[in-house]
Design a protein around this ligand. Structure first.
Ligand SMILES: Cc1ncc(COP(=O)(O)O)c(C=O)c1O
Length: 454
């Protein structure tokens, strides 16, 4: 939406176009001297601070969801099957299975590749907790391979040193919606006979050499949780070309009952240990409506993010994420920057974030290191781990030492800055506002440091 339409729609009017002033929240981007002064020092905001709401409300939901509700078929049936067929086609896999969330998609995939107690799984440290929980819930050991801080992704050069006789799988995470280096990761996995489960929970429609993530490894896992680029509230999906694996996953997601190649007789009951993590018809209905926007929104984010990256690449102390050369689309669930306070006269990251927010640009510092949370230690203290692993494996101090990820810690603790995907649904002039905000802060960093010191 452009600014003029935005104002007319949200605050009703032409008279407001004339309003300006330092304390006016709508006083952004005027071409006067305030425009050069950071908002935190009393200048005008770079942006009006009202970004597209997420999730977006679409009246089309009403018709589709009400149709399902009125049908009184609420548990998985034909709407779910239609959604799965469409998602598989979109990602480029033979099959898709919907499940209740991305976490369950990961747990089911790890379990149905028969990865469990005594096995090791290589994971990046820069991820959402669910990636690691999926490994622990199956009784396996997560092994962290550090990231390349320029890309925010698992560093393929650090994977091979982590492979042992117990390693069964790698879970590359396309974190922030930016594809990991799948060509190198797949080459390592094939060389060592390892399963690859892509955690694509943040990366709907991201591409490597024109191939969508979630179709490159042995399986892909997606999340449709509210914040995601394809929101359903909660929801998830597993994608794969491996029909037997997908039949196993289907059986697992339906209490271990027979399905497809996973034969038995329904009257004979369950054939494997399974959970009950089925999608509902109304989730599928929302999903089908979301699919009508996803490609367009994805392309808008990709265009805007590339435009912003170009605009800010020469600002000292700020670096947009580097994409691997084979990336043909990054989907920027989160748009990341690397911040170097030394190039900002010692302005700390938190002070920079405060200054950027004052400009009307929402932002955060992102993840904190996962090992600072007690959950891995709790798994090690559980009955299962105590029975399966030896003392050395379960010595948490030793585990932390072996799994040091200094690059991850550096970006978590000092350098990473995130902006959420909805900012990138706006137009180029909003990207100019973000760039202008960063430039203003950079040019006045010494003054901001002084002001915030007081
Ligand atoms: C990288 C990553 N993996 C897994 C998940 C888990 O997905 P969900 O929240 O749908 O369970 C998420 C979502 O938040 C995620 O960002």
């Amino acid at each position: 939406m452009d600014r003029r339409k935005f104002i007319t729609r949200t605050i009703g009017g032409a008279s407001l176009l004339a309003v300006s002033g330092v304390n006016n929240p709508y006083a952004w981007g005027q071409s006067n001297s305030d425009n050069k002064l950071p908002a935190i020092l009393g200048g005008a905001k770079s942006h009006h601070d009202m970004w597209p709401e997420w999730p977006a409300w679409k009246t089309a939901y009403e018709e589709k969801v009400l149709e399902v509700l009125r049908s009184r078929v609420w548990s998985r049936a034909k709407v779910t099957a239609e959604f799965e067929a469409k998602w598989a086609e979109l990602i480029g896999t033979k099959r898709c299975l919907s499940v209740v969330n991305g976490t369950s998609a990961l747990i089911a995939s790890v379990s149905q590749f028969n990865i469990g107690p005594g096995d090791e799984v290589i994971v990046p440290p820069y991820t959402f907790i669910a990636t690691i929980q999926a490994v622990l819930l199956n009784g396996a050991l997560p092994v962290f391979a550090d990231i390349d801080p320029r890309t925010f992704q698992i560093d393929p050069a650090k994977i091979e040193a982590k492979i042992t006789s117990r390693t069964k799988a790698i879970i590359p995470v396309h974190i922030l919606g930016i594809p990991a280096d799948m060509t190198r990761i797949m080459a390592i996995a094939r060389k060592h006979n390892l399963i690859v489960i892509e955690d694509a929970c943040q990366a709907h429609l991201a591409e490597v050499k024109g191939k969508r993530v979630g179709s490159i490894g042995d399986a892909g896992c997606f999340s449709f949780q509210t914040s995601k680029n394809m929101p359903i509230g909660e929801g998830g999906a597993i994608t794969s070309d491996n029909e037997t694996f997908m039949d196993q996953c289907f059986s697992y997601h339906n209490l271990g009952l027979p399905y497809g190649t996973q034969v038995g007789s329904v009257s004979g009951g369950g054939i494997r240990v399974g959970s009950k993590i089925r999608f509902t018809e109304y989730q599928a209905a929302i999903g089908l409506v979301q699919l009508t926007n996803l490609e367009k929104d994805t392309n808008t984010r990709w265009d805007n993010a590339q435009y912003l990256s170009k605009k800010i690449k020469d600002i000292p102390g700020i670096a947009p994420a580097t994409l691997y050369p084979e990336t043909t689309k990054a989907v920027y669930h989160l748009y990341p920057l690397l911040y170097n306070k030394d190039k900002f006269k010692g302005l700390t990251r938190n002070q920079f974030l405060e200054s950027l927010r004052a400009e009307g640009v929402p932002c955060s510092s992102g993840y904190t290191p996962l090992y600072t949370q007690p959950f891995i230690k709790a798994a090690f203290e559980s009955k299962l781990y105590q029975k399966v692993y030896d003392k050395e494996d379960l010595d948490y101090r030793n585990f932390i030492d072996k799994n040091q990820c200094p690059m991850n810690d550096r970006i978590c603790n000092e350098e990473a800055i995130w902006m959420t995907q909805n900012l990138f649904l706006e137009n180029k002039s909003s990207m100019d506002d973000i760039a202008n905000a960063i430039e203003k802060i950079q040019a006045n960093a010494d003054k901001i440091v002084k002001k915030l010191r007081k």
